[in-house]
Design a protein around this ligand. Sequence first.
Ligand SMILES: O=c1[nH]c(=O)c2[nH]c(=O)[nH]c2[nH]1
Length: 306
Amino acid sequence: MASQVSAARYGKDNIRLYKVHRDEATKTHTVTEMTVCVLLEGDIQPSYTHADNSVVVATDTMKNTVYVLAKQNPVTPPELFGSIVASHFPAKYPHIHAAHVKIVTHRWTRMNIDGKPHPHSFLRDGTETRNVDVTCRRETGITIRSGLQGLLVLKSTGSAFHGFIRDEYTTLGETRDRILSTEVDSTWEWNLFKTLDDVRKLIPNFDVAWQKARDITLKTFAEDNSASVQATMYKMADQILAAVPQVNHVDYSLPNKHYFEINLEWFNGLKNTGKDAEVYAPQSNPNGLIKCTVSRPGASKVLSKL
Ligand SMILES: O=c1[nH]c(=O)c2[nH]c(=O)[nH]c2[nH]1
């Protein structure tokens, strides 16, 4: 049977990278730590079907390339560095048509010591990451999806859930006051960039967009009198579209991390439900999982990436 390879990409995952910037004038260091994945696409089928390695850029070469490009270029904002790495491969190798680069940037937040920012000491203040997914296709250009992931939040009131379908399968009670907790995964997709120079023109906008998305997420989470995860996440996405004109699509994926009331009536009639609830049981699983893509009116349809 002459079966064909109908889709293929390959590359190096979990490339770990750290870069320091030393400001000689102020003797201040700034550090960046990231994990990079590079996957290539192109005329590589013979490597699968005929054991022909003459078409193979070794994944080890890809790793080396990432380190060289990190030395020669800024690694921030990650949207720019991702675009530099992704553009390199189709430019360098004629048979490679597209490169996919994912960058996860880990937090190293400057320490405050005796009330002053320390010049070279940092702490990991949470598992939240700033992410980019960049694809460079020789034919079309550069697509960038930016995001933040792993931002764990909780509110102890200001959240309700009622009016949902009640039928013979339903046991959940209606609630006008519940705990709401989630781990935010938010993504915003930039309009297509034709060239790397077009990406460079937007350099300041990438950090601003990340900050706005994060601020909007936190403020809306805190202040919205939530009717549901669905309604609150739509408000977040809608505001990001308003705040960042070059973005047409915003995705959220939010687990609903449940906190169950515990009935303690059995212990001498101890009241711990409804308005008396104070001690709860946080649940690991199962959890709700609520996703959406929100698009600017008139924006071209995206294939669902949910
Ligand atoms: O905000 C919520 N949305 C749901 O769809 C849902 N379903 C559920 O059981 N609890 C919740 N909460």
